[in-house]
Write a protein that binds this ligand. Structure first.
Ligand SMILES: [Zn+2]
Length: 517
């Protein structure tokens, strides 16, 4: 800062000051000599100015490198395992983009499903096929007959014909092989699994587990705990309140669901975490009735804490959910509601198109993914140093096959030309990864500086859907924690690591060989 203002002062000096810098001109009797002198003086001035500018820039560059030297040294000296642990212990800001049902790790789902019996929910899952149905039917429905590991509640299992009942086992009766297969069926564990496996089978398999509001409350707690362990202080998950059922299969009103979740969030174990949070309500954008769902979501969010925002999700390669479809609905809703924020998935697609531009027109303040923004130069210019943030999900983008590797990912371009960005985890339960892994990928693949790491974390608070005062407090907390953390490592380098306890899940183990012993 000081150097920059010095440069500014030099540039703003009035011309006579350069006379002072170069000494006073000699006296000349002829106009020609005077003219030559002025020419020489101007040339010298220009040269001197150039030297000053170059020196100033060099000073600025070396100044910022010097400020981060400890981190550059650490990056060079640390093993991948140590860098990963450093990033785990590092204070972080928030996660502004994750889906609650996609954020549950397989073992959490299994554990919570068994524990749900205390609330009257008992689950069955499909472990074999007995060819109970006629040829030709049920291949392409939301839950096709042949899809293994569909999990249903007991009442629905009882309603099945006997032949189909025999295809299911109660979850607590699975043997080790079946249990492992069940857990693998809701995460991308094979190299050939990707976008279709994720979009077309994971939620379909989770089935009735996603319709239990009590289980959802426990899932939120596990998520908050895991994020808190990773040093996050704010989360803004997408938590649905629609489609919940009682053990007998009858539906539960979304307002009742919100009340159940609020009651759970008020309990001491949540409070003890000290996590600040707000919820988003997501709607599926390509459904026939999506406009009505959007209108309902606005009303619901306006009337229910801790919901503050609406999101629109669903694979963008299904063009029935294109952004401008929702412009008339949103404009009508803005006649009535002034307190609902919008973050919308856009540009999570392979083809170049104007989805990000159109989504800004919809009124979104944040863009989820924004991958193909880079193909739209006008919107790129618009977003530089602008008020709209792109939520970056590095692990998600790779596993859902938008990139084969990180060489062509637009994240560093956005970050380094001043488009606001922050890292988030999207559906980390299904990637089997963590927020620490997102930072690890960013640092290792794009050589992030310490300043850039802090900028990402600060953005994840600055662009949160929170009142200004609350944001400022969180940013202050983040800065204080970071200052203490920095001090440790500036003093002792990588030996300041406390332990080796960072979760080393499948993604980071398979791709970067950072594995649990
Ligand atoms: Zn998402």
């Amino acid at each position: 800062m000081t150097t920059l203002s010095m440069k500014d002062r030099i540039l703003n000096l009035p011309p006579y000051c350069f006379g002072f810098l170069f000494g006073r001109p000699a006296r000349s009797n002829s106009k020609r000599a005077q003219h030559k002198f002025i020419e020489r003086l101007n040339a010298s001035r220009q040269k001197m100015l150039l030297v000053i500018l170059l020196t100033t820039s060099a000073l600025m560059a070396s100044g910022s490198a010097l400020a981060n030297e400890w981190f550059e040294t650490l990056k060079g000296e640390a093993t991948d395992q140590q860098l990963h642990q450093f990033l785990y212990e590092m204070p972080k800001g928030g996660d502004l983009h994750h889906h609650m049902s996609g954020s549950g790790f397989s073992e959490w789902w299994y554990e919570l499903a068994l524990a749900a019996e205390k609330d009257g929910y008992r689950y069955y899952t499909k472990v074999k096929l007995n060819n109970c149905r006629d040829y030709g039917g049920q291949s392409f429905k939301t839950t096709p007959y042949h899809l293994m590991f569909q999990t249903i509640v007991e009442a629905k299992w009882q309603a099945l014909p006997e032949c189909e009942q025999a295809e299911y086992l109660s979850l607590d009766a699975l043997d080790e092989v079946q249990k492992q297969a069940w857990m693998n069926s809701i995460r991308l564990d094979k190299s050939y699994e990707g976008r279709d496996e994720f979009f077309e089978t994971h939620w379909q398999r989770l089935g009735d587990l996603t319709a239990n509001p009590y289980l959802r409350g426990e899932l939120i707690l596990k998520n908050f705990q895991a994020f808190s362990d990773e040093g996050l202080i704010y989360v803004e998950p997408q938590v649905t309140s629609l489609g919940y059922e009682r053990p007998d299969g009858s539906s539960i009103d979304p307002y009742e669901v919100a009340a159940i979740l609020r009651a759970r969030l008020a309990e001491p174990d949540f409070k003890a975490l000290g996590m600040t949070y707000r919820f988003q309500l997501a709607i599926l954008r390509f459904l026939p009735g999506a406009e009505d769902h959007l209108a309902y979501a606005y009303k619901f969010v306006a009337e229910n804490d801790p919901y503050v925002a609406v999101n629109m999700v669903g694979r963008e390669d299904n063009d029935k959910g294109y952004p401008l479809r929702f412009l008339p609905t949103l404009r009508a809703l803005r006649h009535e509601y002034g307190n609902v924020r919008l973050s919308i998935h856009a540009g999570e697609v392979d083809e170049p198109n104007f989805h990000v531009r159109d989504t800004l027109l919809l009124g979104a303040d944040r863009i989820g993914h924004g991958l193909n923004l880079i193909t739209d130069p006008d919107t790129m210019r618009l977003m530089r140093h602008g008020p709209y943030m792109v939520e970056i999900n590095l692990v998600s983008n790779l596993l859902l096959e938008y990139y084969d590797d990180y060489k062509s990912h637009p994240f560093p371009e956005y970050l380094r030309i001043g488009i606001p960005v922050a890292l988030s985890t999207d559906d980390r339960g299904m990637w089997d990864s963590t927020m620490t892994d997102e930072f690890f990928v960013a640092v290792r693949e794009f050589n992030l500086s310490w300043d850039e790491i802090q900028q990402l974390s600060e953005n994840s608070l600055k662009y949160a859907f929170l009142p200004e005062e609350e944001k400022s407090q969180l940013i202050e907390t983040y800065r204080q924690r970071t200052a203490r953390f920095e001090k440790r490592f500036k003093k002792s380098g990588i030996s300041a690591l406390k332990a080796s306890n960072a979760p080393k899940r499948a993604f980071i183990c398979n791709r970067y060989d950072i594995c649990a012993p």
